[in-house]
Design a protein around this ligand. Structure first.
Ligand SMILES: NC(=O)c1ccc[n+]([C@@H]2O[C@H](COP(=O)([O-])OP(=O)(O)OC[C@H]3O[C@@H](n4cnc5c(N)ncnc54)[C@H](OP(=O)(O)O)[C@@H]3O)[C@@H](O)[C@H]2O)c1
Ligand SMILES: [Zn+2]
Ligand SMILES: [Zn+2]
Length: 351
């Protein structure tokens, strides 16, 4: 066991503070990673402020962060995929039971025995797992992915959650050429959704509440932008979408979007607002439309997504911040004021 510098919150209402956490020394299948960048996901905010208390109550102290990229500094004797010096990434999962049908299918995101990167029981050290707002992390190699060498590291970090969470449902629902696809909310997840929908060849439409993001939406790959608070603009798209990806982090009216789905169209919710959403059954009935959800993605698909980004040479659009700016970053997330992901430069933790 060793001590690592980290940033934690002590309660749902505390600001972040410098802290020291215990990490295990690498076991034979483990990879020790010096964290270089960690993305700031809105889930970090929901969780650390205990907004998900009904389904996933928070444990304190809490060290969030599940968009981790860094350099391998040490590996256990049985590790085969990584060696010291390699670039590596860790997302939302650090372990699973490895035996259930989901794990066998490479769908660890559905494993009932999954261990999330923070706030889950740590079977090695007791207590709970601590995330990437930290100088290093030790993870079984099975839950570590490779980072394509052509990607900027600060920009690659958000792929580990925002990337896979948008890529996975788009692949599942057949997003591609000839499909009309909408992305609702242009934040961390949303802007990655736009990049993927565009790269997969779909006609891509962005729905935003922020007029000042319209130009960026087009630059990111959108074919059209709709200001979602303008009913007339919304109306023009009635009954036309094959697929909608809703990434909104706060309460909003999803009925307005259900109306936009074509016959048999699907809207997948990846946004996880604190309060339940409500919708009218009729919106679904009339067009045999469906609503579904989707959590992150499995390890194999996460690597596939990273390789896809490497081949197409894109990652996230990031604002790089110091660890010490994290409270300010959360305040800006709540105002939908980030272009389009904060990525923490972990060198700031050493200062
Ligand atoms: N399913 C999963 O596995 C998974 C994984 C990661 C994150 N999440 C969840 O996905 C959500 C988005 O995460 P994120 O990191 O992308 O957050 P984010 O960067 O804060 O983006 C959320 C976007 O939602 C829009 N928005 C915010 N408040 C709104 C409101 N009141 N009405 C309408 N639109 C609003 C804004 O876009 P505009 O300015 O364009 O309107 C904002 O940029 C969070 O709830 C997060 O917990 C889920
Ligand atoms: Zn996340
Ligand atoms: Zn399993």
């Amino acid at each position: 066991m060793y001590q690592a510098k980290a940033y934690s919150v002590a309660s749902a209402t505390s600001p972040f503070a410098s802290d020291t956490i215990a990490r295990r020394d690498p076991n034979e299948n483990d990879v020790k990673i010096e964290i270089l960048f960690c993305g700031v996901c809105h889930s970090d905010l929901h969780y650390s402020r205990n907004e998900w208390s009904a389904v996933m109550p928070a444990t304190y102290p809490c060290v969030p962060g599940h968009e981790i990229v860094g350099r391998v500094v040490k590996v256990g004797a049985a590790v085969t995929k990584f060696k010291a010096g390699d670039l590596a990434g860790v997302g939302c999962l650090v372990d699973s039971d490895r035996t259930c049908s989901a794990c066998q299918a490479g769908l660890e995101q559905f494993c009932p025995g999954q261990v999330l990167t923070y706030g889950f029981p740590d079977k090695h050290l007791g207590g709970v797992t601590y995330g990437g707002y930290s100088e290093s992390i030790v993870v079984d190699e099975r839950f570590v992915v490779g980072i394509p060498s052509n990607l900027n590291l600060a920009a690659a970090a958000p792929l580990l959650c925002a990337g896979i969470t948008t890529y996975s449902p788009m692949r599942h629902w057949g997003v591609g050429a000839g499909k009309k696809v909408g992305v609702v909310g242009l934040g961390g997840l949303g802007h990655m959704g736009v990049k993927f929908a565009h790269a997969l060849g779909a006609h891509t439409v962005v729905f935003t509440t922020s007029a000042n993001k319209a130009e960026d939406a087009l630059r990111l790959g959108a074919d059209e932008v709709v200001l979602s608070r303008d009913a007339a603009q919304m109306q023009k798209h009635t009954g036309s979408f094959d697929f909608l990806l809703d990434t909104v982090s706060a309460d909003h009216d999803i009925n307005a979007y259900i109306q936009l789905l074509a016959r048999d169209g699907n809207m997948t919710l990846v946004g996880a607002p604190e309060k339940p959403l409500s919708f009218s059954s009729f919106g679904l009935i009339v067009g045999r439309r469906s609503i579904s959800g989707s959590p992150i993605g499995g390890l194999a698909e996460t690597q596939e997504m990273l390789d896809f980004c490497g081949e197409h040479n894109f990652a996230s659009d990031v604002e790089v911040i110091a660890m010490q700016q994290i409270d300010e970053a959360y305040a800006r997330l709540l105002k939908a004021d980030v272009k389009y992901r904060f990525s923490i430069d972990m060198a700031s933790l050493k200062g």
